[in-house]
Structure formats: C-alpha cells, structure tokens
Design a protein around this ligand. Sequence first.
Ligand SMILES: Cc1cc2nc3c(=O)[nH]c(=O)nc-3n(C[C@H](O)[C@H](O)[C@H](O)COP(=O)(O)OP(=O)(O)OC[C@H]3O[C@@H](n4cnc5c(N)ncnc54)[C@H](O)[C@@H]3O)c2cc1C
Length: 350
Amino acid sequence: MFFESHASLQAFNTFGIAARAVALLRVADVVGLQAALRHPLVSGFTPLLLGGGSNIVLTGDVKVPVIRIEIKGMQLVEETAKAWIVEMGAGESWHDCVRWTLDQGIPGLENLALIPGTVGAAPVQNIGAYGVELQDRFESLTAMDLHTGRSFELDAAQCAFGYRDSIFKHVATAPGDFGLAGRAVITHVRLRLPKPWKPVLGYLDLERKCQESGVVRPDARQIFEWVCDIRRAKLPDPRQIGNAGSFFKNPTVSADQCADIIAREPNIVHYQLADGRIKLAAGWLIDACGWKGKTIGRAGVYEKQALVLVNRGGVEDPVTGGEVMTLARAIQTSVYERFGIRLEPEPVVI
Ligand SMILES: Cc1cc2nc3c(=O)[nH]c(=O)nc-3n(C[C@H](O)[C@H](O)[C@H](O)COP(=O)(O)OP(=O)(O)OC[C@H]3O[C@@H](n4cnc5c(N)ncnc54)[C@H](O)[C@@H]3O)c2cc1C
C-alpha cells in the first residue's frame, strides 16, 4: 500500500482539477485494501473511492481519506458452449480490458471501447455506449464491506442496474434501505460474453461506418476500430483537454411530453425506448440553447459536442470544480427555461 498525506489529486482526475486529499492511499491488492481500511487515518471515516477519476468533479479539497483502487489481473475463468466468463481486477483500465478480451479471441465488449476509467467503476454507473451497457455483459462482482473488511458477491439483479445507475450510487439512510454508496468497494468484476457473438450495429454512427466502408458483416475487431475512430473524432482526449465525458444524462420524457416539445421544436433529437417513453439527446438541448463553445471563467462547453464540459485553464491554471458547477447550473437553467426539462449531471460531484 502506498500512503501520502496532503496529496495532490490533479493527476488523478481527468478534469485536471487541482484539489488535494487529506490522505491518499493507493492499494494494489485485497490485503492492501484491508490494511488501508484499518489505517488510523481511515478507520472511522467513509473514504472516497477513486478509480481513474474520469467521472468525478472535485469542488474543493477532499477532507476524508481517498483510497485509489489499483487491483490488477485479467483472466478467463470459465468457457462453456454458451459463453466466456472473464474476471478483471477493479484497478484495470477498462479499455485495456476490452482490448485484452479481443486479443484472446473473445468478442462482446467492442462497443464499449475507449471509455476511460477502471473496471471497478464500470458497474457503479453501468457504463454504456453504442447500444451496449455493462449490464448486458455482466456476470457478477466481488466487493468489500468498508466497515467490516469482509468480501461478498453480487449478481446483476442485486446490483440493480439502471441507466447510468446501480446500487453503488444510492445511499442507505435506514436499516434495510437500498444502497451501497459509501459502504462497499468493488474489488473484482466478472463479465459474461455470450456465444455465438452477435454484432450490435443499431447505432447511427456505426450504421454509417458500414455504409461508408461497404463492410456489411464487420467482425468484433472492426467494430472496436470504428468505435475508437468515432469517439476520437467526437470527444476530447482528457490527456489534452481536461473533461469528464458527457456531463449530463440524456433525459427521458413521456410520449405526450415529447409530442408537445416536437410541436415547438420539430428538429429535436430523440429515441424511442422499449417501455414507450422517449429519450432526448441532452447535447442537442444544450446546443439549441446556444452553449456550444461558450466559456465561463476557465470552464467551457466543448465546441464539437455540447454535452461535454472542459477545462480551458489546462494544467498550469486549471479550472476549479466551482467554475465547472457554475457553468453546469447556468446550462441547466437555460435548458429548463426553454424546454421545461431538468438536466441531471452524470459525474459524481464531490
Ligand atoms: C472522454 C470521456 C468519455 C466518456 N465516455 C463515457 C461513455 O461513453 N459511457 C459511459 O458510461 N461513461 C463515459 N465516461 C465516464 C467515465 O469514463 C465512466 O463513468 C467510468 O466508468 C469512470 O471510471 P473511473 O475509474 O474513472 O471512476 P472514478 O471517476 O474514479 O469514480 C466514479 C465513481 O465510482 C466510484 N468508484 C470508483 N472505483 C470504485 C470501486 N472500485 N468500488 C466502488 N466504487 C468505485 C467513485 O467513488 C465515484 O463515485 C467518459 C468519460 C470521459 C472523460
């Protein structure tokens, strides 16, 4: 276990916000994690768990100890006629895990390529992209109780996955309440990659790639390359421009509400969901309010994608979490005033 007090977190969050932690403990295995939880500076506190820091906004110095999960390991644990089951350490990079499975000849994760962050955080918000969510490939996970240090397993139903949501995002306030936020740390994740593999190509950008290339039946490696190309063209690389990906969730409205909005805004981008409700593209709503490319202080709206807020101050004079949240609130207000829709932030605000 690595320990540092009054540690800078600037290199550990993809916005590049220059906050500090009262204590930073970096753990590389389960034994190190148990030792960290017993550390005098940690016991009695609810630590902040950190993976790649690609889905957080730090609004100030962190007053509780921070535990960064760096548990590694990737292995095929089972192969049946119906699926491959792979197990990953929570501290592995998610994208490396996608690439590793393809290198082993195991398809199924290609649509989720190039999502930053760690394997351990993937179930927390049920990551998703290009028509696939983590829950579609999830088998089970192992987590450790932050107070007792005991490990336990959860299956998909117990994780209560939803759109960018899971049991790990909810706080239990009374005994028997639903919620593991602040109570458990994920140490290992097992994924089920079904046989026979079926490509997921229903997304417009992927359909366009099929048409442009003339490849009608792409293999998983081809889809992986396409997804990486599409993402590189649309999203800022956090190593060059600090950001946390999509800043707001896509809001969902009833068919009646949508019809009402379409009557006023015929061009609104929307998708029909299986349950009859309609998902609206948050980026379109923000763009329609004129925010693309705008800046407040050192926080900006990315010029190629209005859903992404960026650090315009760079490393030397970085944006603060306060500036990011001021911009986010201004966007929420204008979207609400024009469309009557409340946008909900996707990253965890700390
Ligand atoms: C450029 C860019 C593009 C992105 N694209 C997508 C996308 O397409 N789809 C998508 O879903 N997301 C996307 N994201 C968001 C982000 O990559 C994911 O949410 C990712 O899973 C976060 O991983 P992380 O390790 O960085 O988590 P962190 O930011 O470190 O943590 C996020 C949350 O998870 C908790 N946590 C972290 N590790 C653990 C653990 N081991 N156990 C329990 N809790 C833990 C933290 O306490 C925090 O609450 C994008 C982000 C960026 C910067």
